[in-house]
Structures are given as structure tokens and as C-alpha cells.
Design a protein around this ligand. Structure first.
Ligand code: GLU
Length: 412
């Protein structure tokens, strides 16, 4: 199924549980992106040839505040994928109750195949192509898959070349350029706050709780580090090339030291080296997909042996897999709640930029914990009260907030 249709299918289901009746017209308003920008980005490659890349910025909904969401550089960043992700941003921001709408951007490119100079030129061309539709009160991009604080520095610079110094135009910037302290670890930290809350509900002790983390990038590696510090047993981790597993638990600081110097898990001692597919099927308490979309599908859902799935990546479980997992009584804590730590700290960064001030790390982390824990409790209680899945519960809360604000603005 097309990724955008998949997201809309879940919304359709959630719309049956909202406070107000969702008519066909309201559902159409909630599922249709308000603006879809498609641009061609030609750049001259280092070898002198010209290459054209497709770029997107989908502005899904802005009833609750300016459009907000990341920009990804990835070979699969096509129109439908970016549309689906823009919709998820609307719901994510509403579920955690921060004053933003939803958007997502992307360029269909493998950033690993471009030189730094080519990436710089591509980022600049993309930003200037969509510049008219951006602004600190209009649309505020951030990093996502394949982009990072350097990409945001280039975007801020390109936007500033027309509009002047505007740090609040992007979040996830380098701290020296107005980025928030703690933004780099925020998504991973938020994920671990959610795991802590699930453990409290299930009366699990971190020391006896095993985690498997798929993905060792910007999100997965932070989850591993923070969870390890809190005493969780990290049983397995993976990157695109393979996975490692140890029933005794992996020493993460040690692994990171090895990974930083070797850029691979190959050759790491005293662990079992397994495939990425097998990692997803290993037995554990919490399985945490923290990389790309659609890794748990109807093909492997039946063989999953973890008790709980924590969606640190965006949209890692397809609707078909959702059904199979539900029939196996595997609880899924959804992306819109679990990985919201990144955009929550983006919100803090935006606030800091607007009044030219810098918060300390303790404040960033404690306000993050407050917001994400409150959202967790709301999603959990609503799911139990209505006897629905956590995914439906979260979406219902998001829908209620967006519908209420749309009503106040006179759209309904
Ligand atoms: N790309 C991240 C996400 O999917 C962060 C978005 C943001 O900070 O605006 O939530």
C-alpha cells in the first residue's frame, strides 16, 4: 500500500473515537495536505556534470501553529513518503501538545554518494527554491534521516542570505549558531523516557529488562547510550550492514568506542554477529525499530518474539503488521508519541531563538521529560478507557486537538 494511504487508513479508524463526529468533509480536510511543493534542484557535480534532484516540502496542516517537521535526504524520499511523514508530524505535534502544525521535506538522494561541496550546493538550491514558503512563523524545518546540524546551518545561511539573520528559521542547528543544547540526544532521550514509563506501568525493573535496538544512527545510538546508563540490558543493536547480539548484554560505551574508530560492528568480540532480519525476530522485552519505515510488515510480523514494540523510527510497522501483532497481544507504542522528543526540543530551540536566550541542559531535559510523560499518560489512559490500541489512542488525542482548533478558527 502507498505510505500516504497507510497513514490515512489509521486516521480513518481513529476518527471513529473522537469527541466530535468526523464528517467526510472534516476527514478530507484533516487528511489532505494544505500545500505541496515539488522542486527540481539542479547542481553541478564535482566532475563537472549537471545532475537534477527532486525536492519536496509538504505542508500538511497549520491550524495549531506554523508548519514544523524535518527534511530528509534519502533515496526513498518520494512524494508519497514525504506526504505520509508530513501528516504524521501534524499528529505528533498535536499529541504532545506543542503549538505547531505538521510538515516534512525531502530530497531524493543518497547523501553518502555526494561530496561535502555537492551536499552544500544541493541544500542551498533546495532552500532557495522553497524559501518563499518558509519563515519562523510559517514553516520551520529540522533534521531528519540523512541530514544533520550541518545541513541546518547551510539552510539557515541560505535563508539568511535573503531575509537577514533568522536563527528561528530551522531547528537542530549547531549550538554555536543558536541550536539548543541537548537537541542532538533529544529523540533518543525521549524514547528512553517512554520506556521508563512503560516499565513503571508493567512494574518492570530496568536491570531485568532487555532491549533490542534496530539502527545505530542519530536516534538508535543515543537510545543505547542513555538506556545503558539507566541500567537496561541492551541485548542487540544493528546498523545497515548487520547486527550484533549478546544474551548477557552489550557494553555500549565500549561498543561506541569501537564503532567510532572502525565505523562497523565487524570484528567486535564476544558477541554473536547476526543479520538485520534475525535481529528483529530475536526474543526480548522491548524491540525498538530506530531506523527507517516499514521494517515490520506482513512478511515478518508473525515471527516477532518481543513483548513490546517501541516505534522510535517513523512508521516502522505497516497496518497489515499492526493487525498481526495485535492478534499476538504485542503492544505497540506509536511513533507519534515515542519519537516526539526531537520535535519537542526543536520547540524549545525555536523559543530560545525567538528571545535570543540559551537554556541549560538540565532545563531542556526536565521540560522534555515533563511534556513527553504527560503525553504518555494521556495516551495510555485513553487507550485503557476506550479499549483501543495505543496507536489509535494517540491519533484520537491528536485529532481531537486539531479538530477543536480548526473549529475555533472557523474551519468547521
Ligand atoms: N525529524 C524529526 C521528526 O520526525 C524532528 C522534526 C522537528 O524537529 O521539526 O520528528
Amino acid at each position: 500500500m502507498d505510505p500516504f494511504e497507510e497513514v490515512n487508513l489509521s486516521l480513518n479508524k481513529a476518527s471513529k473515537y473522537t469527541n466530535t463526529k468526523v464528517t467526510d468533509g472534516i476527514l478530507e480536510m484533516l487528511t489532505t495536505p494544505w500545500r505541496e511543493i515539488i522542486v527540481s534542484c539542479p547542481i553541478k557535480m564535482d566532475n563537472g556534470e549537471t545532475k537534477v534532484f527532486s525536492g519536496y516540502r509538504i505542508q500538511h496542516n497549520a491550524v495549531r501553529g506554523p508548519y514544523k517537521g524535518g527534511v530528509r535526504f534519502h533515496p526513498d524520499a518520494n512524494h508519497s513518503e514525504v506526504k505520509a511523514l508530513s501528516s504524521l508530524m501534524t499528529w505528533k505535534n498535536a499529541i504532545v501538545d506543542i503549538p505547531f502544525g505538521g510538515a516534512k521535506g525531502g530530497i531524493q538522494v543518497d547523501p553518502n554518494k555526494l561530496s561535502k561541496n555537492e551536499l552544500y550546493n544541493l541544500t542551498k538550491r533546495y532552500t532557495l527554491s522553497i524559501d518563499k514558503f518558509l519563515g519562523p512563523n510559517t514553516d520551520i524545518p529540522a533534521p531528519d534521516l540523512g541530514t544533520n546540524s550541518q545541513t541546518m546551518a547551510w539552510m539557515m545561511d541560505a535563508y539568511g542570505s535573503i531575509h537577514g539573520y533568522t536563527p528561528a528559521i530551522v531547528t537542530g542547528k549547531p549550538v554555536e549558531l543558536g541550536g539548543s543544547i541537548g537537541r542532538d540526544s533529544s529523540t533518543g532521550r525521549g524514547v528512553v523516557f517512554i520506556i521508563d514509563e512503560v516499565c513503571k506501568k508493567l512494574k518492570l525493573n530496568p536491570k531485568n529488562t532487555s532491549l533490542i535496538i534496530q539502527g545505530f544512527g542519530q536516534v538508535g545510538s543515543w537510545i543505547a547510550q542513555i538506556a545503558f546508563e539507566k541500567g537496561y540490558k541492551i541485548m542487540a543493536v544493528s546498523n545497515v550492514n548487520g547486527a550484533i547480539l549478546s544474551n548477557k548484554g552489550i557494553n555500549i560505551p565500549n561498543l561506541i568506542e569501537y564503532y567510532n574508530s572502525n565505523k562497523t560492528f565487524d570484528g567486535y568480540k564476544n558477541v554473536e554477529h547476526i543479520s538485520n532480519d534475525d535481529l528483529l525476530l530475536a526474543k526480548c522485552d522491548f524491540l525498538i525499530p530506530a531506523a527507517i519505515e516499514r521494517v515490520i510488515t506482513e512478511k515478518n510480523a508473525d515471527q516477532i518474539r518481543s513483548k513490546i514494540i517501541i516505534e522510535a523510527a517513523n512508521h516502522p510497522v505497516t497496518p497489515e503488521a499492526d493487525k498481526i501483532l495485535e492478534s499476538k497481544n504485542i503492544d505497540i507504542y506509536p511513533d507519534t508519541l515515542v519519537n516526539s522528543g526531537g520535535v519537542i526540543v526543536s520547540y524549545f530551540e525555536w523559543i530560545q531563538n525567538l528571545y535570543q536566550h540559551q537554556w541549560e541542559i538540565e532545563r531542556v531535559n526536565s521540560e522534555l521529560q515533563k511534556i513527553i510523560t504527560k503525553a504518555f499518560i494521556e495516551v495510555y489512559d485513553n487507550a485503557k478507557n476506550k479499549n483501543i490500541s495505543f496507536r489509535l489512542s494517540a491519533l484520537t488525542i491528536g485529532l481531537n486537538r486539531v479538530i477543536h482548533t480548526a473549529d475555533l478558527r472557523g474551519y468547521i
